[in-house]
Design a protein around this ligand. Structure first.
Ligand code: DGP
Length: 112
């Protein structure tokens, strides 16, 4: 499968790892939009939020269990934002489900 984040998971493309467990991998976004910008992905390929279903939704629970751990190691004591872009109108550019964790400063209120 020609998926950029599957290649990162396979170690074929280097990434700056922040966190990893059996189900989840997190790494620094190549184009950070905040002082802390981490991408959290499932180790199983799910194309987007629109591909979540009863069979694979445990992967999402694992991601949201990992996020507070990631926030802790990244020092996001004042809070942070979690975003997933989905599909064309959501401006999703990589077709492997990922959650952006953004923080390290007061983020803009409006998201457009
Ligand atoms: P989205 O637009 O929501 O699909 O976000 C995709 C993000 O992936 C975007 O913020 C940039 C990041 N990205 C794209 N290619 C790479 C890469 O090769 N390495 C890393 N670390 N991040 C990447």
């Amino acid at each position: 499968m020609d998926c950029l984040f599957c290649k990162i998971l396979a170690g074929e493309i280097p990434s700056a790892k922040v966190y990893e467990n059996q189900w989840v991998y997190a790494f620094r976004d190549i184009n950070p939009q905040a002082p802390v910008h981490v991408l959290v992905i499932p180790k199983t390929h799910i194309a987007s939020a629109d591909g979540i279903n009863a069979e694979n939704s445990a992967a999402v629970a694992h991601i949201f269990e990992a996020i507070p751990e990631i926030a802790k190691v990244e020092g996001l004591v004042n809070g942070y934002r979690v975003i997933t872009n989905c599909g064309e109108d959501g401006c999703q550019s990589v077709k492997h489900l990922h959650f952006h964790v953004l923080g390290g400063k007061k983020l803009p209120e409006k998201m457009g």
